[in-house]
Design a protein around this ligand. Structure first.
Ligand code: UP6
Length: 280
C-alpha cells in the first residue's frame, strides 16, 4: 500500500493531469470525488456550487442529463462552460465517466465530437481495456490536440457484483497502462484496491511508477443498491485497500443535507489517508 504523500506524488507523477489533481488534493485536503448523477442540469449546477469546496474532482455522466426539459434553457455547451467556471472558482477537476469501450477510431469521434465534445471540457475520462491498446492510442491522439492537460483512467475492475474485472483482467490492463507510448496520458485506474503494488513501487524494469486509483462503490453503510452496486466505507477503501480517490454519488447527492454529509465523507477519507501514510 502506498505510504507516499499526495504532496510528494504531485511533484513526480508522470502525467500533467495527475500532478494537478494530486496538488489540489493536498492543498484542499480532500481526496473526495463527487459523482453527480442527477438528470436536471440546473440542479447539478446548484449542488456543485455548494459542494465545490469539499471536493478535488467532480465526476459527471453527461449523457444522463436531460437537456430537453422545458423548464430550462440550459444547453449542453452552456452547462459544460458553467461547470468549468465552477471548477475554476472552487479548484476541482472534472472527470467525465464515459467508460469508452470501442475501437480507437470510433472512440476518437466519441471523445472529440458528437453533441458532448467531451475532450474540450473534461480534464479526465476513462476507458475499458477490453478493446486493446488501440483505444488508448485513439483517445491520446485527441487529447494531444487539446492544449490542456488531459488524463485517462483505465477500468481494471468494477464495484458491481459479478463484474468480470480484477484478477487476470486487471493484470493485463496494468500491462497495457505501462506502455511508454502513453506514459504522460494514462494517469491511473478505476479499481477496488491498489494496482501493481501501489505508487512509488518499482514497476516493470525497476522504474518507479505511480498510478492513481479512484474507487467507486463507497457508502457510510456497507450494503448495496439492489442492482449490483456494493458499498465499502472510506476507511476500507483508503486505509485497508490503498485507493487514492474516493468516489461517492448517492451517499451525498441523495442525503437530506448533502453539504454536511460530504464533509463527513471528506473528513473520514482524509483521516484514513493520513493514517495510511503515518503507519507506513
Ligand atoms: N461506477 C461504479 N462502479 C464502477 C464504475 N463506475 O459505481 O465500477 C460509477 C457509477 C456511478 C458512481 O456509474 O456514477 O460510480 C457510483 O454511484 P453511487 O455512489 O451512487 O453508487
Amino acid at each position: 500500500t502506498s505510504t507516499l504523500t499526495y504532496e510528494s506524488r504531485s511533484q513526480t507523477h508522470p502525467t500533467a493531469a495527475g500532478r494537478k489533481l494530486l496538488q489540489i488534493i493536498s492543498q484542499k485536503r480532500t481526496n473526495l470525488c463527487l459523482s453527480i448523477d442527477h438528470t436536471d442540469p440546473d440542479k447539478i449546477l446548484t449542488l456543485v456550487q455548494k459542494l465545490g469546496p469539499k471536493i478535488c474532482l467532480l465526476k459527471t455522466h453527461i449523457d444522463i442529463i436531460s437537456f430537453s426539459s422545458t423548464t430550462t434553457s440550459t444547453t449542453i455547451k452552456s452547462f459544460t462552460t458553467k461547470l468549468q467556471a465552477l471548477a475554476q472558482e472552487h479548484t476541482f477537476m472534472i472527470f467525465e465517466d464515459r467508460k469508452f469501450a470501442d475501437i480507437g477510431s470510433t472512440v476518437q469521434h466519441q471523445y472529440r465530437g458528437g453533441v458532448y465534445e467531451i475532450a474540450s471540457w473534461a480534464d479526465i475520462t476513462n476507458a475499458h481495456s477490453i478493446p486493446g491498446p488501440g483505444i488508448i492510442r485513439g483517445l491520446k491522439e485527441v487529447a494531444d490536440g487539446i492544449g490542456e492537460p488531459r488524463g485517462l483512467l483505465l477500468l481494471a475492475e468494477m464495484s458491481s457484483k459479478g463484474n468480470l474485472g480484477g484478477g487476470e483482467y486487471q493484470e493485463r490492463t496494468l500491462a497495457m497502462a505501462r506502455n511508454k507510448e502513453w506514459r504522460g496520458f494514462v494517469m491511473g485506474f478505476i479499481a477496488m484496491k491498489e494496482v501493481g503494488g501501489g505508487s512509488g513501487n518499482d514497476g516493470e524494469g525497476g522504474e518507479e511508477e505511480d498510478f492513481i486509483v479512484m474507487t467507486p462503490g463507497v457508502g457510510l453503510q456497507v450494503g448495496g443498491d439492489g442492482l449490483g452496486q456494493q458499498y465499502r466505507t472510506p476507511e476500507e477503501v483508503v486505509g485497508r485497500d490503498g485507493c487514492d480517490v474516493v468516489i461517492v454519488g448517492r451517499g451525498i447527492v441523495g442525503a437530506d443535507d448533502p453539504v454536511a454529509v460530504a464533509e463527513v465523507y471528506r473528513e473520514r477519507s482524509w483521516e484514513a489517508y493520513e493514517g495510511r501514510v503515518k503507519n507506513g
